[in-house]
Design a binder for this molecule. Structure first.
Ligand code: NJP
Length: 265
């Protein structure tokens, strides 16, 4: 997939060391965008940089960044802005989940999930907003989740973080609507990535939803397809979104009838 409009655009991707972040990076590089890739695993980022530069002759900068460390976020983004100038697209993709019933979740897990999935995403966004507003150009793509629309058992904390991402993004979209800056949210169902190594220690969920699992390449194609368009929200697979529409309209009925279907973890 090659998207001509991305040629020479500066795209920053958090959580780019694996999973959908790395796939998004590959497609952007194929479209000749300049990339800034961020994650904690610097070795994986360096390997991806070498792969993309060799294959597509694009510029790839990599920085080690734990998005939950907001001082580090500020430092790294200042460095990015100084080095590459304007950021055209920010993909806030870094995130993780731990599936556990609320009474079993530790304080530390709760804080870590919020610090990465919510505060980290907001911190990165804050760093690109002033320049984007000044230029009246840009796009912020926030990877949320279907869990941000329908909360299910054993995902109370993860789901709360993704609801927070959607709330933040919806307000941001309205604030930026007069500035030609698009805010796109992405709400996938389960995707076959390493996400479940941490989220689903027992493997129960993966076993139960194996047949619905999305391929990371497919999700990445949809995300890259939305770049520099006015796409508001991407919901994958489409039928899951139908579920969230019904949920909003008839929550009590949905929870009663869907009880077994929603209890897959
Ligand atoms: O997961 P995985 P996905 N600071 O584990 C990085 C959402 N999602 O690609 O730091 C900075 O393969 C980590 O890098 P590293 C999900 O919530 C997924 O599936 O080196 N980066 C890695 O590159 C998340 O927002 C599913 O360990 C941090 C990346 O994040 C996004 O999709 C379903 C970090 C995670 O790659 C990508 O997840 C859904 C930190 N503190 C939403 N912590 C799904 N897979 O089923 C982690 O609805 N990273």
């Amino acid at each position: 997939m090659v998207k001509e409009q991305l040629k020479a655009k500066n795209i920053v991707i958090t959580g780019a060391s694996g999973g959908i972040g790395a796939e998004i990076a590959r497609l952007c590089a194929a479209s000749k965008a300049n990339l800034v890739l961020l994650a904690r695993s610097i070795d994986k980022l360096k390997r991806l940089k070498a792969e993309l530069e060799a294959k597509y002759q694009v510029r790839v900068d990599v920085f080690q960044l734990d998005v939950s460390d907001t001082d580090q976020v500020q430092k790294v983004f200042r460095e990015i802005l100084a080095r590459i100038g304007d950021i055209d697209i920010l993909v806030n993709n870094a995130g993780f989940g731990i599936f556990r019933e609320a009474h079993e979740a530790s304080m530390d897990e709760m804080k870590r999930m919020f610090k990465v999935n919510v505060i980290g995403l907001m911190a990165c966004t804050s760093m690109v907003l002033p320049k984007m507003r000044e230029r009246r150009f840009g796009q912020i793509i926030n990877i949320a989740s279907q869990a941000g629309k329908i909360a299910t058992p054993k995902s109370s904390v993860y789901s709360a973080t993704k609801h927070a991402v959607l709330g933040y993004s919806n307000a941001l979209r309205m604030e930026l609507s007069d500035y030609n800056i698009q805010v796109t949210t992405v709400n996938p169902g389960p995707i076959a990535t390493n996400f479940f190594d941490i989220a689903d220690e027992q493997g129960t969920y993966v076993k139960n939803v194996q047949r619905f699992m999305l391929k990371p390449e497919f999700v990445a194609r949809k995300v890259v397809g939305s770049m520099l368009t006015r796409t508001r929200e991407i919901n994958l697979p489409r039928w899951m979104n139908l579920g969230s529409v019904v949920y909003v309209l008839f929550p009590r009925l949905f929870e009663r009838i869907g009880k077994r279907m929603l209890n897959k973890k």
